[in-house]
Design a protein around this ligand. Structure first.
Ligand code: ADP
Ligand code: ZN
Ligand code: MG
Length: 498
């Protein structure tokens, strides 16, 4: 990270994340049950994911492959051999009363991810990333509807056994904004890898640890370098139940203010686990923070050690967003800003490359980054919402590239009509008569305009160059706005020179 100086009296915010990512596999991590979303509770279950006595887990190769891809993408060490452990605790969503997870030998160790904050690029250290199983889900019914106020609670084991990757960062963040930048970068990478489905509810769940450290205790004048003693001595809270980038930013901003207020009033911050209440926009105390020894970790004897050496080398990953952005700048001569926009999601980048392959890369960039994304954004839509209609957008770019309609009409009438009314580009061009007027017709209109407006012509001839604009306006009116104003200007000047 880049240096950020601390002043005496400052309170420094320190944040570290534990991100749970649901891996997109067809079946669960230790059994053959489907991971497909279903409305019927307890439909995708079997003796293994229900934790019935005697049922034995079998590791899903697809989940390990996804974990290796993530490891390569974050530049982590992937050891030759890795192991599974049991994390023991009692809770109704956990039928075995232990979760199979990884402990001291996770599949990914010591990696990092580059993020961009206010134009600065910096790397966040990822301490580890490990495979584990998701617990089931609870539904609190009646009463206040909350965990402590419902009349009763229903248990659904459809989710139990869904493969998860838990990604743990170092306490490298100094603001909620940095966290948000990291989460969107991470999500983008996971989507590029094809190991994760962002739209799925609960596919990304975040536990965020936050502490406030007084500048005096940092023993460095750079806030990005806080020693291990100062980190360990700080009381931190772990905020659970965060499920989006925006949620993370809001929950952490709230928690940052809450802790700073406590410190400024001379009160101690409790080391505890807190719950993010999305609807109220606050964090509430859940319990004192559990410690590692509470979980009685021991090795999962039903699964042999996992050896990935010899196989992991064969697992390829695609070009990732950062590399793609750099290539876009180089190959298509795009600005950093345009290249960043165009690689914001894989679908956008793929579409841009399709269009740039056929037409001018600059024209393609204007159309995809500015016009298409701009109009989609205005309607709160994403490129995925028009997935089946991208060919129509390409056709629209073709109409512009071949000079059949003006760029202005293309965006303001055709593209907007496509998005708002679901019509096809040619249909709109036809219905609205947008096809550029033929040259003869424009010439005709120019001649007429000159004949009908002797005063403007006289003004122009006496040196008032602005009078030409009036004449251009007249021609545009005559041609119903479908002539190119630049062409009209030239034709007028030619006519007046005669
Ligand atoms: P534990 O397992 O006891 O919760 P870990 O060392 O595994 O502790 O760290 C868990 C998370 O807490 C990590 O994401 C780490 O970055 C973060 N963390 C550690 N120290 C601090 C701190 N002082 N302030 C904020 N987050 C921290
Ligand atoms: Zn099962
Ligand atoms: Mg931990």
């Amino acid at each position: 990270m880049t240096a950020q100086t601390v002043q005496q009296g400052d309170l420094v915010t320190v944040i570290g994340l534990e991100v749970h990512v649901q891996l997109e596999t067809d079946t669960k991590i230790f059994c053959g049950c489907s991971t497909e979303a279903t409305d019927e509770p307890n439909e995708n279950v079997c003796p293994i994911c229900l934790g019935l006595p005697g049922a034995l887990p079998v590791l899903n190769e697809g989940a390990v492959e996804a974990a290796v891809k993530i490891g390569k993408a974050i530049d982590a060490d992937i050891p030759e051999e890795t192991r599974f452990h049991r994390k023991n605790y009692y809770y109704p969503d956990l039928p075995k009363n232990f979760q199979i997870t990884q402990y001291d030998e996770p599949i990914c160790q010591e990696g990092g991810l580059e993020i961009s904050v206010e134009g600065d690029r910096r790397t966040v250290t990822i301490e580890r990333a490990h495979l584990e199983e998701d617990p089931g889900s609870l539904q609190h019914v009646g009463g206040g509807g909350g965990i402590d106020s419902a009349e009763y609670t229903l248990v659904d084991y459809n989710r139990a056994g869904t493969p998860l990757m838990e990604i743990v960062t170092a306490p490298d963040f100094r603001s909620p904004d940095e966290v948000r930048a990291f989460l969107s970068e991470l999500e983008e990478v996971l989507e590029y890898l094809g190991v994760f489905e962002a739209e799925r509810d609960g596919s990304l769940r975040i536990d965020a640890n936050l502490s406030i450290i007084p500048a005096e205790e940092i023993e460095s004048d750079d806030v990005t370098e806080i020693g291990p003693d100062a980190l360990a001595a700080a009381n931190r809270t772990e905020v659970k139940n965060i499920s989006s980038h925006k949620g993370a930013q809001k929950a952490l901003a709230y928690e940052e203010t809450r802790q700073k207020n406590a410190i400024q009033r001379g009160r101690a911050v409790e080391q505890e686990t807190r719950h993010w209440d999305e609807s109220r926009g606050i964090t509430v105390s859940m319990r004192s923070k559990e410690e590692e020894k509470d979980y009685r970790y021991f090795e999962e004897a039903d699964l042999p050690p996992l050896r990935v050496s010899g196989w992991k080398e064969e697992i390829a990953i695609p070009e990732l967003p950062t590399a793609r952005r750099e290539r876009f700048e180089e190959e298509y001569g795009l600005s950093d800003e345009a290249a960043s926009k165009l690689t914001s999601t894989k679908q956008v980048a793929d579409f841009y490359e399709d269009v740039a392959g056929e037409y001018d890369p600059d024209l393609a960039a204007t159309w995809v980054a500015d016009n298409l994304l701009g109009e989609l954004n205005y309607r709160d839509m994403e490129i995925t919402d028009i997935e089946g209609r991208l060919e129509e957008v390409t056709r629209l770019v073709e109409l512009v590239a071949e000079d059949e309609i003006t760029a202005k009409n293309a965006r303001e009438t055709v593209l907007r009509g496509m998005l708002d009314d679901g019509k096809e580009p040619d249909e709109i061009v036809e219905a609205e008569g947008l096809g550029k007027t033929g040259e003869d017709e424009v010439q005709q209109a120019v001649t007429e305009a000159v004949e009908e407006n002797p005063e403007a012509v006289a003004d122009y001839e006496s040196g008032d160059d602005g009078a030409i604009n009036f004449l251009v306006g007249q021609v545009m009116q005559k041609t119903g706005g479908s002539a190119d104003p630049g062409d009209v200007n030239q034709l007028l000047r030619a006519e007046l020179e005669e």
